[in-house]
Design a protein around this ligand. Structure first.
Ligand code: HEC
Ligand code: HEC
Length: 269
């Protein structure tokens, strides 16, 4: 439906001699530069398939949605984080850019966008040597337990009340909870659930230069994110843009949600 309308607009625009890029509010050329961050999720293959297409959507609709994400009227942690960083002018320019793109042209991931999506993180080969456990969390969904570890570089910085510097590494180990005969998780003395086998790993790591391919809208200093299988190999299909987006508002706590737990651990030692 939308593409038919757009098609007739193109015909009309050409017959009237209107410049095709002309739009009501925003500056599409200015929006194009900022759109690289959006492309990391909104172009072609979203692994989860829940990312709507933006090309050819009406300009006014795009602006309205961005404002709703910013105001919290439309809920999405990732999109709210993005929209919070956009001024009204940014929104207008981005909307003008996306709306000016012809539907069906969003099948190609530019090399600079592929570079945003790709994480440099590999599983730290000495883990758990040199790491300290700082958080254990029971997760109701799927009866799992996650244990979060920080390396010495990160722990020392937290102790000194400094931002976690390049060289900091966090690893979260996801376990299946051990279940009793009635399929209830078995409790440890501290209230955490007993763990059975490892089901996978997540992590984040900061290294010099790792932020350089990430546009400011998504950049988490030099942090990159990783997901790893039981055999510790990186998940090949991982796009770490959603990780960057959701952790971005945590800039003041080194992009971590649980820095306070690392500090508590550091000061207990
Ligand atoms: C990290 C991934 C990610 C990035 C980066 C991202 N988006 Fe989104 N966006 C999403 C997801 C996921 C949704 C669906 C949200 C929902 O409704 O749950 C969405 C929804 C939207 C919508 C609503 C679309 C509709 O059909 O209703 C707009 C508009 C939008 N994004 C614009 C942008 C713009 C502009 C940028 C760049 C500044 C951007 N997004 C960057 C993931 C992303
Ligand atoms: C929807 C928001 C959201 C997204 C997307 C997200 N995270 Fe997180 N992350 C959290 C929250 C909230 C926590 C705090 C721990 C918890 O509640 O389990 C967290 C914690 C973490 C931690 C522990 C360090 C800390 O305290 O922040 C790591 C490592 C991590 N996430 C990695 C990732 C990776 C890798 C991805 C992408 C595959 C990702 N996250 C995507 C919200 C998010």
């Amino acid at each position: 439906m939308r593409s038919t309308n757009f098609g007739s607009f193109v015909v009309l625009a050409i017959s009237l001699g209107l410049p095709l890029m002309a739009t009501a509010g925003g500056d599409a050329a200015a929006g194009k530069a900022k759109s690289l961050a959006c492309q990391a999720c909104h172009i072609a293959v979203a692994p989860t398939g829940d990312t709507p297409r933006l090309v050819g959507q009406p300009e006014g609709y795009i602006v309205k949605q961005l404002k709703a994400f910013k105001a919290g009227d439309r809920k999405s942690p990732v999109m709210s984080a993005m929209a919070n960083e956009l001024s009204d002018t940014d929104m207008a320019n981005l909307a003008a850019y996306w709306s000016s793109q012809v539907p069906g042209t969003d099948t190609m991931v530019l090399p600079e966008v592929a570079a945003i999506k790709k994480s440099h993180m590999v599983f730290p080969k000495d883990f758990p040597n040199g790491f300290v456990l700082y958080n254990t969390k029971n997760k109701e969904e799927g009866n799992s337990v996650s244990k979060s570890y920080v390396n010495t570089v990160g722990l020392q910085a937290a102790k000194a009340n400094k931002p976690l510097p390049d060289g900091s590494v966090i690893v979260v180990v996801h376990y299946a909870a051990k279940l009793d005969a009635s399929k209830k998780p078995v409790l440890e003395e501290d209230g955490s659930w007993s763990v059975d086998k490892v089901v996978g790993y997540g992590g984040m790591e900061a290294r010099a230069g790792w932020g350089k391919d990430v546009p400011e809208l998504l950049r988490n200093a030099n942090w990159n994110y990783g997901l790893f299988g039981v055999d510790k190999t990186p998940r090949a299909e991982l796009n770490h843009a959603p990780c960057l987006a959701c952790h971005k508002p945590r800039a003041e706590t080194s992009y971590l949600f649980l820095l306070k737990d690392i500090k508590a651990k550091a000061n207990r030692k």
